[in-house]
Design a binder for this molecule. Structure first.
Ligand SMILES: [Zn+2]
Length: 278
């Protein structure tokens, strides 16, 4: 299995990847640039290429995560700036040899949700216009904390199919968001798995954000808990982790760290819950 956590790039991209392996992982997620700003970054290409090479040589899969401010459902000048920022992230991800850039589905405050969906299709097309790299935009399902938009596999697969560049779009499934939104309630995993399969969702799945939830299913609250310590619990993860569709997908922890200040304990726990190491 491929598992790791979100790490800091304080020492550069390659050091971030190395740090992931030191805590027992073979996957890593990082912010290509300051996650609180959309300012374009002229990045250290040499460090990024060393990161790509190191990951290749050590069997590590890396994933980039875009800034929190990115909202694909936005419109106008701000949407243009967000698309340019994501394009910049794609360039950094490509140089680092990463699978792609995770972007949350989007929040729309207008009266007609359909306008929001239209904005998202337009936005991904803009961010990907002329893009020839292999790094993808990875649309992530949402927790429902801003309304129901972006919580279902139907929405993710539909945006992809309406886009001009479906091959450049993949999916990121956040387990806390799936649970908080009520899509998964701890007893319907098989049903969800089948439903997502019919949509070809699993074929497009590139990353899983493996997070437990501090609040019950259907709460709509996006608060991550350590694996096995939230409402999904050990049994929920045991069932999820034995899903063959997830075997080759990097599982990234975005949970609070353990007592040692790292995710080492949770990475070991995930391997154990998957039944790979008992
Ligand atoms: Zn996430």
């Amino acid at each position: 299995m491929i598992v790791g956590s979100h790490v800091s790039t304080r020492g550069g991209y390659r050091e971030a990847a190395r740090g992931a392996v030191r805590i027992g992982g073979n996957a890593v997620q990082y912010f290509p640039k300051n996650p609180r700003s959309m300012q374009l970054k002229s990045f250290d290409r040499q460090d990024a290429e060393r990161c790509a090479e190191w990951c290749r040589n050590n069997g590590v899969v890396s994933v980039a995560h875009g800034p929190y401010l990115i909202n694909p459902a936005a419109e106008g000048e701000v949407a243009d700036r967000m698309a340019a920022s994501t394009r910049n992230d794609l360039e950094i991800a490509e140089a680092c040899g990463s699978v792609g850039v995770v972007v949350h589905f989007g929040v729309y405050k207008g009266d007609n949700l359909l306008d929001g969906y239209r904005n998202i299709v337009k936005w991904v097309d803009q961010a990907l216009d002329g893009w020839t790299g292999s790094a993808k935009i990875l649309l992530e399902n949402q927790a429902g904390d801003h309304g129901p938009m972006g919580t279902t596999p139907e929405e993710l697969t539909t945006i992809r199919s309406l886009s001009a560049r479906p091959e450049a779009i993949g999916f990121c499934l956040d387990t806390c968001h799936l649970f908080a939104s009520g899509q998964w309630n701890g007893t319907n995993w098989d049903e969800f798995r089948e439903r997502a399969g019919k949509l070809a969702f699993w074929d497009g799945l590139a990353v899983v954000h493996l997070n437990d939830s501090r609040y019950p299913s259907g709460s709509g609250r996006d608060r991550h808990a350590r694996i096995g310590e939230g409402f999904i619990g050990a049994d929920g993860f045991r069932e999820l982790l034995r899903t063959p569709e997830l075997d080759k997908v990097p599982l990234i922890l975005e949970t609070p760290v353990g007592q040692d200040g790292t995710h080492a304990g949770q990475i070991a726990r995930v391997r154990q819950l998957s039944g790979m190491e008992e």
